[in-house]
Design a protein around this ligand. Structure first.
Ligand SMILES: Nc1ncnc2c1ncn2[C@@H]1O[C@H](COP(=O)(O)OP(=O)(O)OP(=O)(O)O)[C@@H](O)[C@H]1O
Ligand SMILES: [Mg+2]
Length: 281
């Protein structure tokens, strides 16, 4: 979770090895099923992508080829990773469309992307991500553009699916209400870095980083009814001109002298991580 420009999408792209040069991973490792994805060959990565790891992009046109019919694209995705008869691949494609709530899936299979509405296209992109029963789905705000009832339906669908199959899900969002109902753990991002992680209950009930606190304080709830909400002052810094030291320093009301140095990420007892010199009590 994090606001626009905090680095959520780039984190998802990095996991999949989709960062275009001159962008690159400068340090760290990405552990997946006991293997480090950093330093893996492009060929090995390609075998994982769309198969063991699938991404649902913020914009469905990143997934869909505009000049191919939906069935062609879906069947191709299945057959790229499995040797099964085409008729069986078509059935898998049809079932996937049904799972994400697309009415008359047999007809939709024959459509081109431009013949579908935006919401329908995003659902097709989600269905494509589910095709090969990945072990990890990275969903980059896939429901932001959809209306609330469809958003709820898709969240429910994805969650059920993950529970049934044991698939791990990284759900990228700026919407606290969405993560609160969906996630087991939350990682809060600010200015390109994860500043705090913990279980959903820990983050929502006892946020430690002043930024997370600010975020939670700015969400309206029944308890805030009749009171003014407390926004975080100032603006998100440009990643090109980050303040020296802690990137949140200029907007924080708990700043101390130590904040002139960038805080390291520390692991707290119980497994939460935090990047702050003077966390909330
Ligand atoms: N750790 C980082 N190192 C280098 N560049 C970064 C880092 N994090 C983010 N950026 C750059 O910052 C910009 C914004 O990041 P990104 O698109 O990931 O934001 P986002 O959180 O997905 O925002 P939105 O909610 O608007 O989609 C990108 O151009 C990205 O390349
Ligand atoms: Mg993004």
């Amino acid at each position: 979770m994090g606001e626009s420009g905090s680095g959520k999408s780039i984190t998802g792209f990095s996991i999949l090895g989709l960062v275009d040069p001159p962008g690159r991973i400068v340090e760290g490792s990405i552990d997946f099923e006991g293997r480090d994805l950093v330093g893996m060959s492009e060929e090995e990565r390609r075998a994982l992508r769309g198969n063991r790891i699938a991404m649902i992009f913020q914009d469905p046109s990143m997934t869909l080829n505009p000049v191919l019919r939906i069935d062609t694209q879906m069947i191709e995705t299945v057959l790229a990773h499995r040797s099964i008869p085409e008729a069986q691949a078509r059935r898998i494609a049809r079932d996937a469309l049904e799972k994400v709530g697309i009415p008359s899936p047999d007809e939709r299979l024959k459509a081109y992307p431009y013949e579908l509405s935006g919401g329908m296209r995003q659902r097709v992109a989600i269905a494509i991500a589910l095709l090969n029963q990945p072990r990890l789905i990275i969903a980059d705000e896939p429901t932001t553009a959809l209306d609330v009832s469809i958003q709820g339906q898709i969240l429910h669908e994805v969650r059920t699916l993950c529970r049934q199959t044991g698939t791990a899900l990284i759900w990228i969002t700026h919407d606290l209400a969405v993560v609160a109902g969906l996630a087991d753990r939350i990682a809060v991002m600010y200015a390109g870095r994860i500043v705090e992680t913990g279980t959903t209950a820990e983050i929502i009930e006892r946020p430690l980083h002043p930024y997370t606190r600010g975020l939670i304080a700015s969400v309206p709830s029944r308890a805030t009814r009749g009171h003014r909400l407390k926004p975080i002052r100032g603006m998100t810094p440009s990643l090109i001109h980050l303040p020296k030291g802690c990137a949140f320093k200029d907007r924080c009301d708990r700043t101390i002298a130590a904040c002139d140095e960038a805080p390291p990420s520390t692991v707290l007892p119980g497994g939460r991580t935090l990047r702050c010199w003077n966390p909330a009590p």
